[in-house]
Design a protein around this ligand. Structure first.
Ligand SMILES: Nc1ncnc2c1ncn2[C@@H]1O[C@H](COP(=O)(O)OP(=O)(O)OP(=O)(O)O)[C@@H](O)[C@H]1O
Ligand SMILES: [Mg+2]
Length: 474
């Protein structure tokens, strides 16, 4: 608004000033012409004609009707004979330096012009030829005219500044008030943007208030559109959640249903092995393969079931767990499974206790140690350490094995992410171990990180020491 108003005021002000200038000067020129017409009457021109008569005029050039300040001068043969200014009674005419030169410069018979007459101020002067050969210069002061022009310019400038200030202030107030609903709409959008929408059941209770969603105003249209969008997004999220739950339920049900037939297959395979009757060696071999594959599949199904349950937010147990004890046992098991590895334990004197689900935490340890065992060659040193840092228990499993390929590392905690397909698959690897570690820890308010370079792979698990924050994400 200010940017628009400043040129507008400038145009108006300059136009007014220019017009006023013209009008006032025209008026002065009119008065000057009249004064010049009157001026000769003050001199007795009929006496002493000829050059000498010109030199000796009678009178001083101020006939009745001339205004105060009028200048009258006679020039004879290129010489100023007399130059007088009509002063108020009792006032002295000021001495003006170089007045004669300035008066002689006024062109005879031309239109009135402005001159600076020093102590007398600015004057409008006109020069005319007289019948006796003299030149009569008549002048009117411009002081009043200039004063009027300055006054008007000052008033226009002052009023402009005041009006601009007032417009700026009122503009800020009005625009601020008009946009206040918009900032409320924006704050609703900001609150929504801070919600976590990417997982789980999401509720979108935030809406723009009714009075800010009035479609008759522009801001209201934005508010109403935002509300409609939130409705849509809310519905979409509900649908997404429902379908997610459906898939999880399906996986959980399927895994659960698979357990029974798998148990039966395992059972029968074992039974056939134990009948004691002679079976041809290749049949015995086949049966043992059936048994081991059934076992592997059982482990896989158990993993899937656990993941499905964690996804569904099935609450975990919440009891004090001696992490040191759990670690000692897990390392003992790992040592039994692979005595060729160099197992090391690093425990603090005081047992470290956390709050959580002992069975699931044991599984976390077992998975990490199994990885250190299966994915590293014999002779590798595996160091398991437990410690406390601040409010967290820190468990580290470090090995000196070949490390995890760099391209696998960002996805290592995803399901079915595993390195070197053929070798791992042979070793019975499914790629669910670390996914379970991640899911279990997330459900207990903990975290797991990996950093790995060839020769040094380290998994760091952090768990809250107390129950605070250890609540399952469900
Ligand atoms: N300590 C380790 N050293 C080298 N590679 C590892 C280590 N731990 C994990 N990995 C790599 O990460 C992959 C994923 O591990 P994860 O435990 O999730 O699956 P897995 O061990 O292959 O199968 P599962 O544990 O389900 O039987 C592994 O296949 C392996 O390539
Ligand atoms: Mg594993």
């Amino acid at each position: 608004m200010i940017v628009l108003l400043v040129p507008a005021f400038l145009i108006v002000g300059v136009t007014a000033e220019v017009t006023l200038n013209k009008v006032l000067y025209d008026r002065v020129d009119g008065q000057l012409t009249a004064a010049a017409d009157r001026a000769p009457r003050a001199f007795d021109l009929l006496t002493l004609p000829g050059p000498s008569g010109c030199m000796q005029p009678r009178g001083r050039g101020f006939p009745p009707g001339q205004v105060i300040g009028t200048l009258a001068a006679r020039i004879c043969h290129g010489m100023v004979v007399n130059a007088d200014v009509l002063m108020e009674n009792g006032q002295m005419q000021p001495e003006v330096s170089n007045l004669d030169i300035k008066l002689l410069a006024v062109p005879v018979g031309a239109a009135p012009r402005s001159y600076d007459l020093g102590e007398l101020g600015d004057y409008r002067l006109v020069a005319r030829n007289m019948p006796d050969g003299a030149v009569l210069v008549t002048g009117l002061p411009l002081a009043d005219t200039k004063e009027t022009l300055y006054l008007v310019a000052g008033v226009v400038a002052g009023v402009t500044v005041l009006v601009l200030l007032a417009v700026a202030y009122i503009g800020v107030v009005i625009v601020g008030r008009a946009l206040r609903p918009l900032s409320r709409v924006a704050s609703t959008a900001t609150r929504v943007s801070q919600l976590t929408l990417d997982r789980g059941e999401v509720e979108l209770p935030q809406r723009v208030a009714e009075h800010d969603a009035d479609v008759r105003t522009e801001v209201g249209q934005v508010g109403a559109a935002l509300n409609r969008m939130l409705d849509h997004v809310g519905n979409a999220l509900e649908v997404r959640h429902a379908s997610e739950m459906q898939v999880r339920q399906f996986v959980a049900d399927a895994s659960h249903e698979l357990r029974t037939p798998l148990a039966a297959i395992r059972g029968y395979a074992e039974l056939s092995r134990r009948t004691g009757r002679h079976v041809p060696p290749e049949v015995a071999q086949m049966l043992s393969r059936v048994e081991s594959e059934a076992q592997r599949m059982t482990a896989l199904v158990e993993d899937l079931l656990l993941l499905a349950r964690l996804d569904a937010g099935r609450p975990l147990a919440h009891e004090p767990v001696d992490l040191s004890m759990l670690t000692v046992n897990a390392v003992g098991d790992a040592h039994a499974a692979s005595p060729q590895h160099d197992w090391r334990l690093d425990l603090p004197e005081e047992p470290v206790r956390v709050v959580g689900d002992p069975a699931r935490l044991q599984q976390v340890l077992a998975n990490l140690l199994a990885n250190a065992r299966i994915h590293t060659p014999e002779g590798t040193r595996v160091t398991v350490s437990v410690g406390v840092r601040g409010e967290q228990a820190v468990l580290r499993v470090a090995d000196t094995g070949p490390g995890i390929p760099a391209e696998l590392q960002p996805h290592i905690f995803e399901r079915f992410a595993r390195g070197d397909g053929s070798r791992s698959r042979e070793a019975g690897s499914t790629g669910l171990g670390l996914a379970i570690v991640h899911a279990v820890l997330a459900a207990q308010g903990g975290t797991v990180e990996v950093d790995s370079v060839p020769g040094r792979t380290r998994f760091t698990v952090r768990l809250p020491l107390t129950a605070v924050g250890a609540v399952s994400e469900a």
